[in-house]
Design a protein around this ligand. Structure first.
Ligand code: KIV
Length: 358
């Protein structure tokens, strides 16, 4: 009887440990190391297109924020944001380029993978970068497939609404990939737009916004970003469409809103190197100032020797091991190293491994 019980206990232990190692290799959950890590997240919680459709039907605004790396993705996840967009704005806010044009598919994939590790709940949308989808529908489908397969995204976004773009959007949807459209100011087209200019400010341009959005809907897009258009043009577009519109600089009459992570956090604000925050962007805090202050404080404390103090020097060595270590050092002819260990343990870090203390 005892042996049966022991066997079933061992089997249960093996099952638990196998499960634990599977969870670890399946996800971003680190072992219980000195670096800690996030709490496990439930993969079944992922926001789906159906969830977005239901929200839209109920008239509840959809929240979207961009992310480019693991920490921003974790924050967005924890905040319960619906959609996390790995935008090609990474080219500007992360890589420091003046436009979104230079970023490559391979660079986008690195951002996508990092975000996918951190954001387990939001729907993940990856931008197709400039130059990766304009040549043909085949090129567009191939890039979209990479964004899902290699980047771990759930959907892609592409800009513009020219006939070839609509055909490409349709081909991607037919390949089984959800597509978010993007009209109004489409930053990848600054060459023809003549810069980062708002759109829809005359009759022809306003009508074009609505028609392009309708064509994207017809192509099978699940939503459309409206960037930098007058609020009434956004209102008309939102009303004309059955799919949700996601506004950025397009006023309140959209089905949801998107902002760039760094912009909404006031992150790139340094007194001597302030990047322009777009007029439409509300800064919900000035993280840039907090970061500047923290870095200056760190520099000051390292310089004056107050960091790391006892509370940030956690690893102890017993008195016996300390004495053994010192005598080994001396045997190795490293008397100076032994003296330094003995002296410094005593002088700066009481009770932190100095000889004679535990
Ligand atoms: O790249 C991006 O961040 C975007 C949003 C501004 C919609 O396209």
């Amino acid at each position: 009887m005892a042996s049966i019980l022991r066997k079933s206990k061992v089997a249960a232990m093996i099952r638990t440990s196998t499960l634990q190692s599977q969870i670890r290799s399946m996800s971003n959950i680190p072992e219980n190391t000195v670096y800690g890590g996030p709490k496990p997240q439930n993969p079944n919680q992922r926001v789906t297109l159906a969830n977005l459709r239901q929200k839209h039907k109920r008239g509840e605004p959809i929240t979207v924020v961009t992310a480019y790396d693991y920490p921003s993705a974790v924050h967005i996840d924890m905040a319960g944001i619906d959609v996390c967009l790995v935008g090609d704005s990474a080219s500007m806010v992360v890589h420091g380029h003046d436009t979104t044009l230079p970023i490559t598919v391979d660079e986008m994939l690195v951002h996508c993978r990092a975000v996918a590790r951190g954001a387990k709940r939001p729907l993940l949308v990856g931008d197709l970068p400039f130059g990766s989808y304009e040549s043909s529908s085949d090129q567009a489908v191939n890039t979209a497939v990479r964004i899902l397969k290699e980047g771990g995204m759930d959907a892609i976004k592409l800009e513009g609404g020219s006939p070839s773009r609509i055909t490409a959007a349709k081909a991607i949807v037919e390949a089984g990939i959800a597509v978010m459209g993007h009209v109004g100011l489409t930053p990848q087209a600054i060459s023809v737009l003549g810069g980062f200019r708002p759109q829809g400010r005359n009759v022809a341009s306003a009508v074009k916004v609505v028609q392009t959005a309708l064509a994207l809907q017809e192509a099978g897009c699940f939503s459309v970003v409206l960037e930098c258009v007058p609020a009434l043009v956004a209102a008309a577009t939102t009303s004309a469409l059955q799919i949700p519109t996601i506004g950025i600089g397009a006023g309140p009459f959209c089905s949801g809103q998107v902002l760039v992570y760094h912009d909404l956090l006031g992150m790139l604000q340094h007194p001597h190197h302030a990047k322009v925050t777009p007029k439409f962007c509300k800064q919900y805090c000035q993280v840039g100032e907090i970061i500047d202050k923290a870095l200056l404080d760190y520099k000051e404390e390292v310089t004056n020797g107050s960091f790391p103090g006892p509370s940030h020097t956690p690893y102890k060595i017993s008195a016996d091991d300390t004495n053994g270590f010192l005598s080994e050092l001396r045997k190795l002819g490293l008397d100076k190293a032994a003296d330094a260990a003995e002296k410094n343990a005593d002088s700066r870090l009481p009770n932190q491994g100095n000889p004679g203390s535990e």
